[in-house]
Design a protein around this ligand. Structure first.
Ligand code: NCD
Ligand code: ZN
Length: 345
């Protein structure tokens, strides 16, 4: 049995850092293990303009823990009013690495998202020209589409038509949760990729609903049937270039999750690398963890992989905190439901 594993230092290609006190509490949880992260722009108000992205990046850099070397990779939140020139300049200067598409109403703080995809077609065309990736929250929001079908329906009704209409548009399907998502991403060629979260490799919908409702397993897109979790596991552990880690670590204080209308989001930044090593070991694929967590993401984003390395060692069950304290209250850390044996050195 392998007892030690060294890989290039990983990056997180989908992360919610929030702002203010929450940002300060959350940053060390990510900077401890990750060199870079794609920072989600769904603040209140959202990060819509280059000027807002500069200001948010400055707040992140100011809040970095002492001695941390961490690069926040900024994104803009796409609205029907997004100015393609502002976006193109922000991309050309290196300020932003991607643009995030939220269908209006799909998830936390998505009210300013896109309702009419035709309205943003000129922006998609500009993004295709300049090679700026579009990170897509891929769920339809129609009230009459079942929540468990919303990803598959989005691929057929929105994503595939947009990609056909905009050749060259580079797309990351964020946090895929279905076999349909896996199949579509795998077949999409070099301009298509998909992030997979830590928690969707571990839980299916039974974990949320059987034996009492588990608010800390509720996130969007919601976890699906077991067959879908297995498809995600096969994709992540395959080493295929189209699949890489985006934790979608999305902190909400416990009081906001444990209530009659609880917020969506699993908080996994703290123990993600230990969970992933356990998962890849269970599937006999430890040799593919580096591709998933450290190589495929930078390759898609046309950035170098990190030079620094990380070593994980197998041993007695890892101690990790049950929650992270913030001045707004505790944030529960994702519990995979089994002990973790891989400790980051
Ligand atoms: C995210 C959040 O809380 O910002 N929640 C989640 O369940 N993933 C939003 C998102 O990525 O959908
Ligand atoms: Zn997210």
């Amino acid at each position: 049995m392998t007892h030690s594993l060294t890989l290039r230092r990983p990056d997180d290609w989908h992360l919610h850092l929030r702002d203010g006190a929450m940002l300060r509490a959350m940053l060390p949880e990510t900077t401890r293990h990750f060199s870079r992260a794609i920072i989600m722009p769904n603040l209140v108000p959202p990060v819509v303009t280059a000027a807002q992205a500069v200001a948010y990046r400055d707040r992140i850099l100011t809040a970095l823990p002492e001695g941390a070397t961490f690069e926040p990779l900024m994104t803009l939140y796409l609205t029907e009013e997004t100015d393609a020139n502002d976006l193109a300049a922000a991309h050309a200067s290196g300020l932003i690495k991607a643009v995030k598409l939220y269908p209006a109403g799909a998830t936390t703080n998505s009210a300013s998202g896109v309702k009419d995809f035709d309205k943003v077609r000129p922006v998609f065309e500009r993004m295709a020209e300049i090679g700026c990736p579009l990170c897509v929250h891929g769920e339809v929001t129609d009230a009459n589409v079942d929540i468990f079908d919303r990803e598959a329906v989005f691929i057929d009704r929105v994503l595939d038509p947009v990609r056909r209409a905009t050749p060259g548009l580079r797309v990351v399907m964020e946090h895929i949760t279905t076999a349909q998502g896996v199949d579509y991403a795998r077949a999409g060629g070099p301009d298509l990729a998909a992030t997979i979260t830590t928690h969707h490799l571990v839980i299916n919908r039974n974990h949320i609903l059987v034996g009492g409702i588990k608010p800390h397993y509720y996130c969007l897109p919601v976890a699906k049937r077991e067959e879908h979790r297995l498809a995600l596991r096969a994709a992540a552990t395959s080493g295929h270039r189209a699949f890489f880690l985006g934790t979608d670590s999305a902190p909400h204080v416990d009081a906001a999750k444990e209530q009659a209308c609880g917020c969506a989001g699993c908080f996994t930044a703290t123990n993600t690398m230990s969970v992933l090593a356990e998962v890849f070991e269970q599937d006999g694929a430890l040799d593919q963890l580096e591709a998933f967590a450290s190589l495929n993401g930078p390759a898609f984003y046309r950035l170098p992989a990190n030079d620094a390395t990380m070593t994980l060692t197998r041993g007695a069950p890892v101690d990790y905190p049950a929650y992270i304290a913030t001045s707004d209250g505790p944030v529960t850390v994702f519990d995979p439901g089994y002990p973790l044996h891989w400790q980051v050195d």
